[in-house]
Design a protein around this ligand. Structure first.
Ligand code: SF4
Length: 452
């Protein structure tokens, strides 16, 4: 039996203090369930919730293995958490996983890391912890460091979503007040599908699992949802079910089991525009909010992004959601080469459609995507914390950097004003809550973000 500490580093930006959207660490809950089923003792340490500083947890729990996941913005933190683990417990093994590691595993090659999972879902982790000596020989989907400090890469493997167990939600229930989507919550999360069949060239999600979109067994998914004691369920799939038969089956099972939940899902605009009847079916079983990647407001830009939709399709999608009273979060991209006119048109577009929730992300050319190839010679930062869709990571093509940020913040002020203060109130509350958490955490002797 091993002791395994599962770690999600905290976020390290001003926005992490604002508590606008906080997602439960579902991937760690799944790994914890896998490890417990194999007879190991597990503990989750979540830097977002920050119940207790990291180092005392390491000292008390004395793990044999530390597993750390995170996004690109947490790249440096992941390395620091790995180094801290090795310093506090010499001989501890460290394994890294998560979406950034899947395509950028080389970022974690270093003496503080022993294994990196780069594909295959839970399978490589499950196989590794099934061996007493943690020998990686013959396990696909991982890289590992040898005694001479060289790295060995084992071939990529595909995940089987049906291997994923129904996660033990003890961690969620103990901390559920933290987890919400823009004030809707507490909100639990479920994954029913992985990757995406779309090929938008700025998107990292469709590159995961070798670009193969896979869905979990319907009955098992509904069984998992039925067992969650929480009214809001955010389905975290990059895109929710596309197959009409599967959607009808999902709706039927939810109805048959008398499940009453409020669902939040991601969908493409063209799917909504072409499938009004299915959207109504989902509304009737609790669909409350759809996050839609509208991305741009002109067909040329949509074409540049390989979005395979059009402005007319986006309009139709918004009309359908409005007609049926389904909430919509419009997700837009502000291109690095945006002009002042682009900012103005976007603000007018959001106003025209009275989008209660609209987010504009600054185009962030994630390594691995085609947009990275386009912008790699114009990068202006190598600080991973800035790759959060809220910073310019490449030099803007049509205005100075300061002007770009001015227009970006002005856009958000316009959106906030349009919502008659509703969002301001939420942001104000969220900021105070985040600050309180931070202060109480510092009061417990940890004044710095990161391992301590
Ligand atoms: S942006 Fe959305 S639709 Fe496009 S590839 Fe990514 S997940 Fe799929």
């Amino acid at each position: 039996m091993m002791r395994i500490l599962l770690v999600r580093p905290g976020y390290e930006s001003i926005f992490s203090h604002m508590d606008i959207v906080t997602v439960e660490p579902l991937e760690l809950e799944i790994l914890s369930t896998v490890a417990a089923q194999a007879g190991h003792q597990c503990r989750i340490w979540d830097g977002v919730v920050q119940e207790e500083p990291y180092v005392p947890v390491l000292q008390k729990f004395r793990p044999d293995l530390v597993a750390i996941t995170g996004y690109i913005t947490q790249k440096n933190s992941i390395c620091r958490y790995a180094e801290t683990a090795k310093k506090v417990i010499p001989g501890v093994k460290v394994i890294i996983g998560g979406v950034h590691a899947e395509l950028n595993y080389r970022d974690f090659y270093g003496p503080a890391v022993d294994f990196i999972v780069h594909s295959g879902g839970i399978k490589p982790f499950q196989k590794l912890i099934g061996r007493e000596d943690l020998s990686p020989q013959g396990i696909g989907g991982i890289c590992f460091r040898q005694d001479d400090e060289t790295w060995v890469f084992h071939e990529k493997i595909q995940m089987d979503p049906d291997e994923i167990p129904i996660p033990d939600r003890s961690f969620f229930y103990a901390h559920q007040d933290h987890f919400h989507y823009a004030g809707l919550g507490p909100c639990a999360t479920v994954k029913t599908a992985y990757s995406c069949p779309g090929r938008c060239n700025f998107c990292y999600c469709c590159l995961l699992n070798g670009g193969k979109y896979v869905c979990r067994d319907l009955e098992k998914t509904v069984e998992e949802i039925a067992a969650i004691d929480c009214d809001y369920i955010w389905i975290l799939d990059d895109i929710f079910y596309l197959d009409p038969g599967r959607i009808r089956g999902f709706a039927r099972l939810i109805k048959e089991r008398g499940i009453q939940k409020n669902f939040i899902v991601y969908y493409r605009a063209d799917f909504i525009a072409e499938n009004e009847e299915l959207i109504v079916l989902l509304k009737n079983i609790g669909l409350k909010m759809v996050l839609v990647g509208l991305e741009a407001f002109d067909d040329d830009r949509l074409g540049e992004y390989h979005k395979q939709t059009s402005c007319a399709v986006n309009e139709k999608c918004l009309d359908i959601l409005k007609k049926h009273g389904i909430g919509c979060t419009g997700l837009f991209i502000l291109d690095i080469d945006a002009t002042k006119k682009d900012f103005d048109i976007l603000a007018r577009y959001v106003k025209k459609h009275r989008l209660a929730l609209a987010t504009a992300a600054i185009l962030t050319p994630l390594p691995g995507t085609a947009q990275y190839e386009k912008f790699k010679d114009r990068l202006i930062t190598d600080d991973p914390r800035q790759w959060d869709f809220l910073h310019l990571v490449a030099a803007p093509g049509n205005m100075r950097k300061g002007r770009f940020y001015f227009e970006f913040y002005r856009f958000y002020v316009q959106v906030l004003r349009m919502n008659q203060g509703k969002w301001l109130l939420h942001l104000g509350r969220a900021f105070i809550k985040g600050l309180r958490q931070k202060l109480s955490f510092m009061g417990r002797g940890n004044a710095k973000v990161g391992p301590s």
